[in-house]
Write a protein that binds this ligand. Sequence first.
Ligand SMILES: [Zn+2]
Length: 160
Amino acid sequence: MDKISLDRIQLAHPKVRAELTAILEQAEKALTGEWKPRLTWTLRTFQEQNDLFAQGRTRPGRVVTWARGGDSWHNYGLAVDICLVHISGKMVSFDSVADFDKDGVADWIEVVKIFKSFGWEWGGDWAKPKTDLPHFQKTFGLSIAQAKAKITPKQDYISI
Ligand SMILES: [Zn+2]
């Protein structure tokens, strides 16, 4: 298993850690070519989210998020972003159409299918301009407002 992804899974909400491990295991097996899935983000603090929101708005760069601190499922450890990483460890890819392992399905979409089979929502299904191909989230039927209301200063992760 990809060590970097495993470390990032430990930052995700405790309720989804085992599942994320299973998803990654399945995805690594499904991609039989030279590219493997990696988690690029799991948990993001409110501050990190606000910094990211500023990018492309009040700070240089391109817009990379539509959510302020508290408005992203990443802020609760219930969202992850992926990329593909070459087995050399030296290249990453965000190509969602390349069929690197030549099995007739884009590698990216193979990973999407596995996430969906575990009940995760894919950002690639969202309407433009919010389409977010690397993003997956699991919300346990909660709205963001409900998640926000559950945050307590002493608790790192909301109760589900
Ligand atoms: Zn994301």
